[in-house]
Design a protein around this ligand. Structure first.
Ligand SMILES: Cc1cc2nc3c(=O)[nH]c(=O)nc-3n(C[C@H](O)[C@H](O)[C@H](O)COP(=O)(O)O)c2cc1C
Length: 249
C-alpha cells in the first residue's frame, strides 16, 4: 500500500496542522495509508554539524527523529512538508528538522529520499518574506533529491482561521489528487483534478493587487464582460503608500 506522511513544523495546533490533516484525510479516503508527525510533539535537538553522517549515512543521535520519523520517511512514497512562515523563513522547529535530515542528502548518492514526492505548504499571516519561506522549503527538498510536485501558499493569521469560511478546499483537493497521481496514474483523470488551480485568492494577493477596503469600484460592461475599473488616483495613492511603507511582515 502507498504511504504518505504529513510533517508539520508549527509550534501550535493551528492552521498548518489543520491543512495537513485535511490533506491526509483525503489521501486516506483515496486508499493511501497516512501518518501525521507533529514536530512540536517530538523530542529532538538541532544538528551538531559533526558530519559523521558523511561517512556512515546515519545520524549519530538517538531521539524521536532517528528512532521514529526517519525510518518512516525512508519507507514512505511521499511527504507533505508544511510550515508557517516565520520571519521570511520556516519555523525554527522545521529548520531543526530539516538540518537533521543531512544523512538524507541526495549528494550521498543516492540519498534515501531520492525520487519520492513532496507537496510543500507555507502558511503565512503577514505577507513578509513569503517567497523566501517557500523557497527555503523547496530548495531543501531538492537537496534531498525529492520531487516537489506542489508548493502552495495559504494565507491565515489567527490560530483558527483555516477552520473558518476562508478554508480553501479546492487547493487541498488538488494537492491530494496530485500526490495520488504521482504513484498511480488512475488518479490523473479523476474528476476534480482539472478544476482551475486557484492558488491566489483575494486574501493571498500582494497588497497592491487587493481590492482597497471601503472604496467604490466602477463596473464597465464591454462585449458582455464586466470590467472592474479603479480610478487613477486610488491606484496612485495605493502605490505611493506601498512605496513609502514597503511590505510589512
Ligand atoms: C514568530 C512569528 C513570526 C512570523 N513571521 C511571519 C513572516 O515572516 N511572514 C508572514 O507572512 N507571517 C509570519 N507570521 C505569521 C504566521 O505565519 C501565521 O500566523 C500562520 O498562520 C501561523 O501558522 P499556524 O497557525 O499553523 O501556527 C509569523 C508568526 C510568528 C508567531
Amino acid at each position: 500500500m502507498v504511504t504518505f506522511l504529513g510533517i508539520v513544523g508549527s509550534p501550535r495546533a493551528g492552521n498548518t496542522e489543520f491543512i495537513v490533516k485535511e490533506i491526509l484525510d483525503k489521501l486516506t479516503k483515496m486508499g493511501a495509508e497516512t501518518r501525521l508527525f507533529l514536530l512540536r510533539q517530538l523530542s529532538f535537538t538541532h544538528c551538531q554539524g559533526c558530519w559523521k553522517c558523511y561517512k556512515t549515512k546515519v545520524c549519530k543521535m538517538r531521539d524521536d527523529l532517528t528512532i521514529n520519523l526517519f525510518p518512516e520517511m525512508i519507507s514512505a512514497q511521499g511527504m507533505v512538508f508544511a510550515s508557517p512562515a516565520y520571519y521570511g523563513s520556516v519555523t525554527g522547529l522545521m529548520k531543526n528538522f530539516m538540518d537533521r535530515c543531512t544523512p538524507f542528502l541526495n549528494s550521498y548518492n543516492p540519498g534515501p529520499l531520492r525520487g519520492k514526492v513532496s507537496a510543500n505548504i507555507i502558511v503565512y499571516g503577514r505577507e513578509g518574506g513569503v517567497y523566501c519561506s517557500q523557497s527555503t522549503l523547496d530548495y531543501w527538498c531538492l537537496t534531498m533529491g525529492l520531487k516537489v510536485i506542489n508548493n502552495s501558499l495559504f494565507h491565515y493569521l489567527e490560530k483558527n482561521d483555516a477552520r473558518s469560511s476562508i478554508y480553501r478546499e479546492d487547493e487541498t483537493n488538488i494537492i491530494s489528487l496530485k500526490m495520488m497521481a504521482s504513484v498511480d496514474k488512475k488518479w490523473e483523470k479523476k474528476d476534480g483534478q482539472d478544476f482551475p488551480r486557484i492558488i491566489v485568492k483575494e486574501k493571498a494577493l500582494m497588497p497592491l493587487w487587493r481590492t482597497p477596503s471601503g472604496t467604490a469600484c466602477k463596473k464597465k460592461e464591454k462585449k458582455g464582460i464586466t470590467l472592474s475599473l479603479w480610478s487613477k488616483d486610488i491606484t496612485k495613492r495605493r502605490i505611493g503608500k506601498l512605496l513609502k511603507g514597503g511590505f510589512s511582515g
